[in-house]
Design a protein around this ligand. Structure first.
Ligand code: NAD
Ligand code: UDP
Length: 352
């Protein structure tokens, strides 16, 4: 079995956890990352956790020449493509950067993959491609509509992947639409390490809990939800990592040559939600975090954040049926592991 996987963006939050899951599942990992939003230390810690040095290449997915060298010197079964920028607010201020990095970077990667006949890809898409959903839970056939350049860049890549499979049916391209990834590895050694003041709820809560931030602002308490605060489908990052292993296993099963060694079935373009299927409100999350950490989380209600939606949670059926994967961990697990990581690493990977 060809089991070597190129993991772009593998030094990042989701990528680093996925490297561990891939290793445990018997895949060999090569990480390619420009470290624009991550640290070498994450790779060092992953290597320590798996007891083996991870091959790391510092590079940009827009650098076709370097990618060619990497593909020429390895025989990859496929690519997991995490590399991308993800801050919604920044994408509004710098749309060209987001389209260039997220869409342009993916095009360059696909071109080099085609040159080396590597046709299996797992792409990091997002529930943001659904915009404000008309029906809950959200299934993969729901209308896609984005409201910001970050979301548009993800949707654009989905269209590119789809068009590519129409032009050439030997591609197998899975777009995993993540809901809200949170939590950290149970060892407390790797986790989410935002550069500045966090935009997302869970890292904000944990920085309030550790005393780095004074108070959580809850954006709106007048939504049509259980308690008026926003509802999201939070998913533990280690469950998400397992979802990538399941996607690769699926590709392996589908594309393996038949008995006579000729026929190979590609899967075309396949979008799949990775969520738990359960919605949790902001207040519920704050309450569970407070309980498992033993810390008080001071908060205040403020205006709604522009662009936010009331509720968003997945239909997780397709992942269960096709990939034989489902999320296992609870909101309490997510809060406990986030707190473990935060309290062991108050400054993230910044050791100074
Ligand atoms: P992250 O920022 O921690 O990881 C992304 C990694 O990609 C970083 O290590 C960064 O240095 C690297 N990178 C960025 N641009 C690159 C480039 N041009 N070349 C090489 N490397 C580059 O983010 P994450 O939370 O781990 O997210 C991984 C992927 O999942 C992203 O594509 C993101 O858009 C997507 N996603 C994330 C979430 C979330 O809430 N975390 C939700 C949905 C989708
Ligand atoms: N949220 C909040 N305060 C914060 C950050 C987020 O009240 O400091 C709310 C936000 O309005 C939304 C939920 O928490 O209802 C999840 O927000 P996040 O940014 O983590 O994820 P996304 O909006 O992308 O789903």
């Amino acid at each position: 079995m060809k089991n070597k996987i190129l993991v772009t963006g593998g030094a990042g939050y989701i990528g680093s956890h996925t490297c561990i899951a891939l290793h445990e599942a018997g895949y060999e990992v090569v990480v390619y990352d420009n470290l624009s939003n991550s640290s070498r230390e994450a790779i060092n810690r992953v290597s320590t956790l798996i007891g083996q040095t991870i091959e790391f290449i510092e590079g940009d997915v827009r650098d076709a020449e370097l990618l060619r060298k990497v593909f020429a010197s390895h025989e990859f079964f496929g690519v997991i493509h995490f590399a991308g920028l993800k801050a919604v607010g920044e994408s509004v201020a710098k749309p060209l950067l987001y389209y260039n990095n997220n869409a342009g970077g993916t095009i360059t990667l696909l071109e080099v993959m085609a040159e080396y006949s590597v046709k299996n890809l797992v792409f990091s898409s997002s529930a943001t491609v659904y915009g404000d959903p008309e029906i809950l839970p959200i299934d993969e056939k729901s209308k896609r509509a984005c409201t910001n350049p970050y979301g548009q860049s993800k949707l654009t890549v989905e269209h590119i992947l789809e068009d590519l499979t129409v032009s050439d049916d030997s591609w197998s391209l899975i777009a995993l639409r993540y809901f809200n990834p949170v939590g950290a590895h149970p060892s407390g050694q790797i986790g989410e390490d935002p550069n500045d003041i966090p935009n997302n709820l869970m890292p904000y809560i944990s920085q309030v809990a550790i005393g780095k931030l004074n108070k959580l602002s809850i954006f709106g308490n007048d939504y049509p939800t259980i308690d008026g605060t926003g509802v999201r489908d939070f998913i533990h990052v280690t469950d998400l990592a397992q979802g990538h292993v399941a996607a690769l296993n699926y590709l392996d099963k589908q594309t393996r040559p038949s008995e006579d060694g000729t026929a190979q079935n590609s899967v075309g373009f396949l979008p799949i939600n990775l969520g738990t299927g359960k919605g949790t409100s902001v207040l519920e999350l704050v309450s569970v975090f407070s309980e498992v950490s033993g810390q008080t989380i001071p908060y205040q209600f403020t205006d709604r954040r522009v662009g936010d939606i009331a509720s968003c949670y997945a239909s997780a059926d397709k992942a269960k049926n096709l990939l034989e994967w489902q999320a296992e961990l609870s909101i309490a697990d997510m809060c406990r592991d986030t707190w473990h990581w935060q309290s062991m690493n108050p400054n993230g990977y910044n050791l100074s």
